[in-house]
Design a protein around this ligand. Sequence first.
Ligand code: GLV
Ligand code: GLV
Length: 331
Amino acid sequence: MKPKVYVTRKILEEGLKILKKAADIKVWDDELPPPKEILLEEVEDVDGLLSLLTDKIDAEVMNRARKLKIISNYAVGFDNIDVREATARGIMVTNTPEVLTETTADLAFALLMATARRIVEADKFVRAGKWKTWEPMLLLGQDIHGAVLGLIGLGRIGYAVAKRAKGFDMKVLYYDLYRNEKAENELGLEFVEMDELLQKSDFVSIHVPLTPDTKHLINEKTLSMMKKTAILINTARGPVVDEKALYKALVNNEIAGAGLDVMDPEPPNINNPLLKLDNIIILPHIASASIATRTKMAIMAARNLSAGLKGKTPENLVNKEVLNKIKVDED
Ligand code: GLV
Ligand code: GLV
């Protein structure tokens, strides 16, 4: 009998094709994620789960999924999964790193440029019929070239953003738990402590995963250390930024602007005051959303799932410690 797999939302066909060969699959074919009650029912007899970042896969779900061997997350981030609980139950967890690095960095840079040069505001201005003439002081923004970019987190995505910044002659500072001297030499990056990064950067861009340590890393105190002309970019996870503090900083002109691809919660409440401000651009979590990359993510997530179901070590195993608990086929 083929193993059973539940897929929590429709992904691109290239991925589904691979899954269909490996398992009997059931796809939740709705625009919104499956409600918790449905998820709890559906996982009851599955061997594998393909989840999205919108699905909270916690101990309650795992307790119901008694046969579950592997959770394949269709995302590089996996803060939606309680990995410790998965490991304790001998469940493998995988993600989709690398394939989305450059696409995500493209969007982070697009957001940086759009915020600096007020692109969205300018487009709205034209459509509202406000463009009367060429004006010396119309929609003045910040220069990107020659500015200082501070990267919080120099993982793969942070590094890819640094490469783009170099093409714009930006000076790039970074803070990370780990120094990366190779990257420093390759791209001329400068490692600084967090306070110095906040004080010196014209653009601060966040590239850390969401963990208990990074939650509200950007808060009233850290925002107050930034330049009045600085712009904050977040393409990582919403809860890394304290949105109430960000709102205050933007309204009181303590910083000049922000570009967010992620929010807390997602979607934001329609009454969220950030949505009323002109000096912020908010996108609906689309950093990896190119056709090519979403196709690669679908294939990668499907391959990880198939490997796990066959009792092999998936290529992108997140919880390697689980291998101490389960037997895999080494070939
Ligand atoms: C998207 O946010 C991802 O983690 O892939
Ligand atoms: C994500 O994959 C990162 O390492 O930045």
